[in-house]
Design a protein around this ligand. Structure first.
Ligand SMILES: *Cc1c(COP(=O)(O)O)cnc(C)c1O
Length: 382
């Protein structure tokens, strides 16, 4: 048994998918972004669950993740690789009809020659460079892409024309994103005028679904919202003021729980844990929990983290260790070894939201989630 467990709430996921669907029109495909081990929720658990809610399009980062999704997906699904294809996975991608972003002509030609030998079709999404300057075809390359596609029509299916915005979650980037939209529009027109009709035009991540709802085109690639979290605090505040609601409509899908490993008394005047960051100013009852930064509980929560035990909140004291953290339970008479410790999630009356990790440290919720140890078992709850 692992020293902690991750719970995945099915009803929370359903709630969030319903909200996302209400934000996009019926004709728009929802591609569920499950990169980073489904933002820490586990690809193996999330894909079948999402399929139960009629989500059958999955976007991953790499061919490695595509294989993980492929293993668990049930019929009528599409897997789209938005980033890295390891050279050794090219045949697998072609043989299994996996969709993928193309952003490099030499690579496309290499895969095309393989596909031609196999008499198979490449399912490509042409990624346009619009200003993020990460990957994507610059305008000067558009013609070459078009010529290649046109001369190999029977081996290339243009499943998508797409781009990604450089920070739609913050008004700070508004001008830049607007400029990206102009370039993307230009690309759409250009490819169309050269008779390259992509099956799906797509550019929206969670933040752009919220900020630019009229610019979803044929598909949206949504990650963070489906897990019940906001792309940024700003996008949350904008949403609740726009719809005039006072409660967060999203429900976090993930909870993280461990247990008390040991309890002991520490005398007044002693330091607790490594170094001298926590001094017991009084006699202190210390409980140890078998969770540390090695499992993704960030070291920057040293002396800052909070946990819930028996419906009460307690503070993390001292530095977070690789496999252990300590909490001050002096105020409790009843806590015993093996009692449940909620690291992320809620009890009857209290809540430790993942966002509290981000308020106390400079981590993104994306970062906290994707760093949670893959070996911790994920269990589906209602
Ligand atoms: C991660 C990612 C998304 C999803 O982003 P969210 O903010 O989680 O919705 C969409 N598109 C691309 C290319 C991405 O890398």
């Amino acid at each position: 048994m692992h020293s902690s467990v991750i719970q995945i709430s099915k009803s929370a996921l359903k709630n969030n998918i319903d909200i996302i669907k209400s934000l996009i029109s019926k004709s728009v495909t929802l591609s569920s972004v499950i990169k980073g081990n489904a933002y820490g929720h586990s690809i193996a658990q999330m894909v079948p669950l999402l399929q139960e809610f009629n989500v059958n399009h999955f976007s991953v980062y790499s061919s490695f993740e595509a294989k993980k999704a492929f293993e668990v997906a049930k019929k009528d699904f599409t897997i789209l690789i938005m980033g890295d294809i390891n050279c050794n996975d090219e045949d697998w991608i072609i043989d299994n009809g996996i969709d993928f972003f193309v952003f490099n002509l030499a690579r496309l030609k290499q895969m095309l020659s393989k596909a031609m030998k196999k008499k198979q079709v490449l399912n490509i999404h042409i990624e346009i460079e619009t200003g993020m300057n990460r990957t994507g075809f610059n305008q000067k390359d558009w013609n070459d892409v078009i010529q290649l596609v046109k001369t190999h029509k029977e081996f290339i299916k243009v499943k998508g024309l797409c781009t990604h915005f450089a920070g739609a979650e913050s008004l700070n980037n508004y001008v830049r994103v607007k400029q990206q939209q102009i370039v993307f529009n230009k690309a759409i027109k250009f490819f169309k005028s050269h008779e390259i009709i992509a099956e799906k035009i797509h550019c929206s991540c969670s933040a752009s679904v919220l900020a630019f709802p009229t610019k979803n085109y044929d598909m949206v690639r949504v990650g963070i919202l489906q897990y019940g979290l906001w792309p940024s605090r700003e996008s949350f505040i904008k949403y609740i003021s726009k719809y005039n609601i006072d409660k967060n409509p999203l429900k976090p899908v993930l909870s993280w729980k461990s247990y008390i490993m040991d309890v002991k008394l520490v005398s007044k005047g002693e330091f607790i844990g490594y170094g001298s960051s926590f001094l017991a100013e009084n006699e202190t009852k210390v409980a140890s929990v078998p969770i540390g930064y090695g499992y993704g509980y960030s070291r920057s929560l040293s002396n800052l983290g909070r946990v819930i035990i028996n419906n009460n909140r307690y503070s993390v004291i001292g530095t977070i260790n690789m496999n252990m953290l300590l909490i001050d339970i002096s105020s409790s008479d009843s806590i015993a070894i093996n009692d449940e410790v909620i690291l992320i999630g809620s009890s009857t009356d209290l809540d430790i939201p993942l966002s509290s990790f981000c308020n106390n440290t400079d981590q993104l919720n994306y970062e906290v989630l994707s760093r949670i140890d893959k070996d911790i078992p994920r269990i589906i709850t209602i």
